[in-house]
Design a protein around this ligand. Structure first.
Ligand code: ADP
Length: 170
């Protein structure tokens, strides 16, 4: 039984995240999508909302034989991974700019917990420019974000920020 943790903010989940989950499913029997609860950050969606959104969108994606679970955690990732008896941490890499930070985290996590491997995955190039931060920024300014996030995420953003002015190309 190969279990991996895919940690992140998922504020909100994007099609880039979903692509990584689907690719991870080819390598692992179970993926725990774990929302990091960071008391120092003010998220757009609460942890409970992000959990609900993830559960909702994961119902619709092809997962093969792999089980995908949604959870949240606070504190050290390696401690959480040990508690959940996970063997690996999955992280997504978009561009070289992600690499430096991710490498630092992976090496620190390896030092803290040598038995847990970090696995870097690349999303499809069509998603490589997507980040939750950019999606929120573009949406807030009235830009079209369809195709970048699942439709239910778009609907939730509309419900939260109904003042969309500009309708760009899809
Ligand atoms: P964090 O705050 O931990 O970076 P995110 O929710 O932004 O949380 O991202 C979680 C993980 O998913 C990170 O490893 C990030 O690099 C990766 N990721 C986010 N968006 C994409 C994408 N479009 N393609 C590939 N990986 C992505």
């Amino acid at each position: 039984m190969r279990r991996a943790i895919y940690p992140g903010s998922f504020d909100p989940v994007t099609n880039g995240h979903l692509d990584i989950i689907q690719r991870g499913c080819k390598l692992f029997d179970e993926i725990i999508v774990a929302i990091l609860v960071n008391p120092e950050k003010t998220p757009f969606f609460s942890v409970e909302e992000r959990k609900d959104i993830l559960a909702e969108v994961l119902k619709d994606i092809e997962q093969g034989g792999c089980k995908v679970v949604v959870d949240s955690f606070e504190g050290l990732l390696v401690q959480y991974a040990a508690e959940r008896e996970a063997h690996a941490i999955v992280r997504g890499i978009r561009a070289i700019s992600d690499y430096e930070y991710e490498l630092q985290m992976a090496l620190m996590n390896r030092r803290l917990s040598p038995n847990i491997e970090t696995v870097f995955m690349m999303a499809h190039e069509a998603y490589s420019f997507i980040s939750s931060r950019l999606v929120k920024e573009v949406f807030g300014l009235g830009g079209n974000i369809s195709g970048l996030v699942p439709p239910s995420v778009e609907a939730r953003l509309h419900a939260r920020l109904p003042n969309q002015k500009f309708k760009g190309a899809s």
